[in-house]
Write a protein of this length. Structure first.
Length: 323
């Protein structure tokens, strides 16, 4: 199912989020205008605001606070993308030139910080200590995950469990928080909040695993961003970790050295062939499907509705996408 079709029940709210992403970043500084306009072209799936709004809808009504929070979670996400592109030296993001490629590291770092701060300004205006605490903790966890991944580059001892812990922190935690806040501000009881939080965590895990697979086997034209950055930066994602486990111990170090040194457009086919030979990508995709199925099972306590169905469809979409 197409992502736009899935989001149709919350389309007016999503359009409002889209509009506010630009207006809430507006600055009186004229030179900031070009940067903000460029960021507004990062037309992604708005996956996290959708999780938040659907979670709210399944438990009650959408309130003005939901709209504020939907903007906040997307601003936090955009800021991480800008900082990620600096780390990965990516030249393209969502079919447009990355901030780092066009304006350089210094402006990219400060723009990411500016977007973080705008998100927390919105949180402060809500006057909710709990929402601010939850988002602050989530950002801390995300940074821990990213730092752990960076400190683990080229580490052949990295296990699947280590990898899953990293992606739970750096990606899935924000999805979980989006669902938790959506349910919380709709007045859901603790049981429903916890179920939707677990749903968000598991769908976030599936999302990142598929993203890591597409970084290896995907098309830059389809994805709209620079690919192969994980391998080029020595980041061990699940397909590579799976490959290590399948290789004889004597071959592991030499194979990894060959992959890290030779993964370019000319030799990409040879690397993909090796991964295919050991079912490394297929194993990873099946792991993502398992997380998506577990996410859907968390929704069993919710009453049937078009919004619950949309959350189910989002889980299926995450593992079937090619971009």
């Amino acid at each position: 199912m197409d992502i736009l079709e899935i989001m149709s029940p919350i389309l007016p709210s999503m359009q409002e989020v889209e509009s506010r992403l630009y207006t809430d970043l507006a600055s009186q500084q004229k030179k900031m205008g070009e940067l903000i306009l460029h960021v507004s072209r990062y037309k992604g799936k708005r996956f996290r605001p959708a999780l938040l709004l659907f979670s709210g809808k399944t438990c009650g009504k959408i309130t003005p606070q939901h709209m504020d929070l939907a903007v906040v979670v997307e601003l936090v996400h955009i800021a991480t993308l800008i900082h990620d592109d600096i780390i990965d030296e990516a030249t393209m993001r969502r079919h447009v030139e990355s901030i780092n490629s066009r304006w350089g590291r210094e402006i990219s770092i400060l723009l990411g910080d500016y977007i973080w701060s705008r998100g927390f300004t919105i949180l402060a205006s809500m006057d909710s200590q709990l929402a601010t605490y939850i988002m602050s903790q989530t950002v801390n966890i995300m940074c821990e995950g990213e730092l752990t991944q960076l400190q683990s580059r080229y580490d052949l001892e990295l296990t699947e469990a280590d990898y899953l812990d990293i992606i739970e922190r750096k990606t899935a935690s924000l999805c979980a928080t989006s669902c938790r806040l959506g349910a919380m501000f709709a007045g859901a009881n603790r049981r429903l909040q916890e179920a939707l939080t677990r749903y968000g965590l598991k769908i976030g895990m599936a999302f990142q695993i598929i993203d890591d697979c597409l970084d290896i086997v995907g098309s830059e034209e389809d994805m709209g961003k620079s690919l192969s950055s994980d391998i080029q930066k020595g980041k061990l994602t699940l397909p590579l970790i799976r490959l290590v486990g399948a290789l004889p111990k004597a071959r592991r170090e030499s194979t990894y050295a060959w992959i890290f040194q030779n993964f370019n457009h000319e030799n990409r086919g040879n690397v993909l062939e090796l991964l295919t030979e050991h079912d490394a990508v297929e194993y990873s995709i099946n792991k993502a499907r398992s997380f998506a199925q577990e996410a859907k099972e968390e929704l069993s306590i919710l009453p049937d509705s078009q919004h619950k169905t949309a959350l189910m469809d989002l889980a299926d979409y995450v593992v079937s996408r090619n971009r």
